[in-house]
Design a protein. Structure first.
Length: 397
């Protein structure tokens, strides 16, 4: 790869891992696991992105504790039986020259909700009690996430220690499964995010109060996970750069936290936003093309750490401009990747990197290359027929 190649398709070294390109598949909840274990759905869902040419694929939010699942059918790494099914997915991605990471999470006071296609509402206490897996909403303070949500149990020091250990134990299982990256989910109003925000953390002990106290859980988890995760493997962290609530967690707070996370050994900040509350006074970030890129740009510049931009990045030239302008180091795709799992390969064609389909899986590329000359001629002919008048058409005077 020459230095003149588009940045989107230049390799990126993160510790001992070299990504083939800067395109990342963002975590997307699938609610298709069985007792936290991956199913054939996950093999196809994640495997197709490896065939599609992404440099790094991140799993959906993967619970470190059954009490911390977003929904009843979330992936998990709280039990050894969940390692092997995920290892099969990891091995498939590796066999197709991709890299794969796991997003570790605890949903905290937002544990227990319906899938989006069922309405996305909070599960009732009766529904949680009837589930075969144990549930319990947990948080820094006994403040519900919003209307329809029950108040979480406020964690004591022993409970906080258990949460930290759950992240560490899940990290050790992620290594056994062969993952290349661990991403810590500290955003979207889930457990760690709820400790960060002054609107959900009303504690006056060492885990609350000041910014330093509210950041303590995030930094404790990051330090302990970094120590458990192999030195040569990168550690990502997803933050809600702003939490979406009035007088809540701010971008300036995220810059401070990102500097501290870098000192703990975090390599990349995955820059998202919102999710803390469903209250009517929430301050949602207006959604438009690349609407979260400004968060990535400021954190990258002011915290001096690599960042991953996500949110309505839909076009190859748009993605390349984000990188070329120094606003991010990685580009993450979510819904756009669902719409087009082969987006990386199509982007390579758009940017002139792969006119001969050599980046595609061999079993695909050879057929596409064989079709290409005939398809080009057919398109030229069709264009000519649209432009050139036929003999029986009236000619303009």
């Amino acid at each position: 790869m020459t230095s003149s190649a588009p940045l989107l398709f230049q390799p990126l070294r993160l510790r001992g891992l070299v990504l083939n390109n800067r395109i990342v598949i963002s975590p997307m909840c699938q609610h298709a696991a069985e007792s936290g274990r991956a199913t054939p759905w996950h093999m196809v869902h994640l495997g197709k992105f490896a065939l599609g040419g992404a440099g790094l694929i991140l799993t959906e939010s993967t619970a470190v504790d059954p009490r911390g699942r977003i929904g009843t059918a979330d992936l998990g790494l709280w039990d050894d039986s969940q390692i092997e099914p995920l290892k099969g997915v990891v091995d498939f991605v590796h066999s197709n020259a991709g890299a794969i990471g796991v997003q570790l999470a605890h949903a905290g006071r937002k544990s227990g909700s319906q899938p989006l296609w069922e309405g996305g509402a909070a599960l009732s206490e009766q529904r949680l009690a009837s589930d075969p897996q144990p549930w319990q909403r947990l948080g820094p303070s006994a403040l519900p996430a919003g209307p329809g949500w029950s108040a979480p149990v406020a964690l004591d020091s022993a409970g906080i220690a258990d949460v930290v250990q759950a992240f560490v134990d899940a990290t050790l299982r992620a290594e056994q499964a062969g993952f290349d990256v661990v991403e810590l989910h500290f955003g979207h109003g889930y457990l760690v995010a709820s400790f960060l925000s002054p609107n959900s953390n009303h504690r006056n002990d060492e885990w609350g109060g000041s910014l330093e106290g509210r950041m303590r859980l995030a930094l404790e988890i990051a330090r302990k996970v970094r120590a458990a995760w192999p030195e040569g493997k990168p550690l990502f962290c997803r933050l809600s750069a702003v939490d979406g609530s009035v007088d809540g967690w701010s971008l300036e707070d995220s810059i401070v936290l990102s500097r501290e996370l870098a000192r703990c050994g975090v390599d990349v900040i995955d820059c998202s936003s919102g999710g803390l509350t469903e209250e009517t006074r929430a301050l949602p970030v207006p959604r438009g093309l690349g609407f979260q890129v400004p968060f990535s740009e400021r954190i990258r510049r002011e915290a001096e750490i690599k960042t991953q931009a996500v949110g309505m990045i839909v076009d190859a030239r748009q993605a390349e401009a984000v990188l070329a302008d120094g606003k991010a180091d990685l580009i993450a795709l979510g819904r756009e990747a669902l719409f087009d799992p082969y987006w990386p390969h199509h982007a390579a064609v758009t940017l002139g990197v792969d006119p001969e389909y050599k980046r595609w899986p061999m079993r695909h590329g050879v057929w596409l290359a064989k079709r290409a000359p005939g398809l080009a001629r057919a398109r030229e002919q069709a264009a000519a027929e649209l432009i050139e008048p036929t003999a029986n058409q009236e000619q303009p005077i």
